[in-house]
Design a protein around this ligand. Structure first.
Ligand SMILES: [Zn+2]
Length: 373
């Protein structure tokens, strides 16, 4: 037989506290095998139901939490995408070419070692390292729930699922490979409840495409910066807006809104766009767009998604970059609406002066102006 089995996470034990260091080099670890490009279908059959019907985080089933964890990984993998089959009834056997995810008191008939919460298996062709199958068995003799934040008495299915699916993709434990990084892929479950930059970098190292080179030209940075400075003056002197708190400086607002818009115009969804912009902010990678922009009307994000991005950017600057509070006259909503509107005119053939004028006419209540093509 030319398929070999490898069990990961023989000892994924629960720990209450873990100290991680941020200054060490990034060092995700990879298993020796990976999936060919395409879809990896996971058969979810996690029927261990919560007694109350609802988990702490509001999910109504472990299948739902697992599907969500798969889609989170999908945000960081271009070449391989998970698909989830909910409430699957496939047989729970190994080396059948089917990827099963389920609760059981043994791992395919073998006893779980010690404190093991879950195991992920990996079947792959020895000659090529191409993965053939990956199953995840969660230990049904443990108590499970799903929540965020500090560890509780019951185990958090969500973070263990994210960890196991990382193994399914081909990631190993960085802390067992001489790395000291903050990572959900470390061998011990801790207060970390989400993928870190290191986990994401690992996923991208395996399956990141680098993205597509955008076919849309955005204006040189000095022009939108100039527009935004004019916008601040209009808010202060004409609209008599009061000062508002901001953690993002004007250049930061403009450059990251443009990057967000560049991904959206390149057909990335909201969460992918935000993840990619934040990767650039964190210096963990700059990615291309998701697809070429089709000809015709250029798609722009909705106001509420742009605002969600802007709010997340403020939090990122405040909490991750630890920027102090500053002051502006343009609030988040104004920044999003009018910078995106300026860009919409620019991407539809208006020059800097024309686009600025048209936006300021809109602000004065003169309605949406025609584009320049
Ligand atoms: Zn593990």
């Amino acid at each position: 037989m030319n398929a070999r089995r490898r069990t990961s996470c023989g000892a994924l034990a629960a720990l209450l506290l873990c100290v991680t260091t941020m200054e060490s080099p990034r060092g995700f670890a990879l298993l020796a095998n990976k999936w060919p490009n395409g879809t990896v279908t996971m058969q979810l059959q996690l029927q261990l139901g919560p007694a109350s019907g609802t988990l702490i985080d509001g999910a109504t089933s472990f299948n739902q939490v697992a599907a969500s964890a798969l889609s989170i990984w999908n945000n960081h993998s271009d070449l391989v995408k998970f698909a989830a089959v909910q409430n699957s009834t496939v047989p729970r056997v190994e080396n059948d070419g089917v990827n099963s995810v389920f609760f059981d008191s043994t791992e395919f008939g073998r006893r779980f070692e010690g404190d093991t919460l879950a195991i992920a298996t990996s079947w792959y062709r020895v000659s090529t390292g191409a993965k053939l199958e990956g199953d995840v068995v969660f230990n049904s003799s443990k108590t499970w729930n799903s929540y965020r934040g500090a560890l509780r008495q019951s185990n958090d299915f969500n973070r263990v699922a994210l960890h196991e699916f990382g193994h399914i993709l081909g990631l190993d434990h960085p802390d067992e490979k001489g790395q000291r990084v903050a990572a959900l892929m470390n061998s011990e479950i801790t207060g970390l409840d989400a993928l870190t930059a290191d986990d994401i970098a690992g996923g991208r190292a395996l399956y990141g495409s680098g993205g597509v080179t955008s076919n849309i030209s955005f204006p040189p940075r000095n022009e939108p910066n100039d527009f935004f400075n004019q916008l601040i003056a209009v808010y202060q002197n004409q609209l008599r807006a009061g000062p508002v708190t901001t953690y993002v400086d004007p250049e930061g607002i403009v450059v990251w809104l443009i990057e967000y818009a560049r991904y959206r115009v390149g057909l990335c969804d909201h969460s992918t766009s935000q993840t990619r912009v934040f990767s650039a902010i964190d210096n963990t990678g700059v990615y291309g767009v998701c697809a070429l922009t089709p000809s015709g009307t250029i798609p722009f994000p909705s106001r509420n998604e742009g605002l969600n991005f802007m709010n997340a950017l403020q939090v990122k600057y405040r909490d991750d970059l630890r920027r102090g509070a500053g002051s502006s006259f343009v609030d988040n909503e104004g920044a999003v609406v009018w910078v995106l509107e300026y860009l919409r005119y620019r991407l539809n053939a208006c020059g800097h002066g024309d686009a600025s004028t048209k936006v300021f006419m809109q602000i004065r209540g003169q309605g949406i102006q025609p584009v320049c093509r």
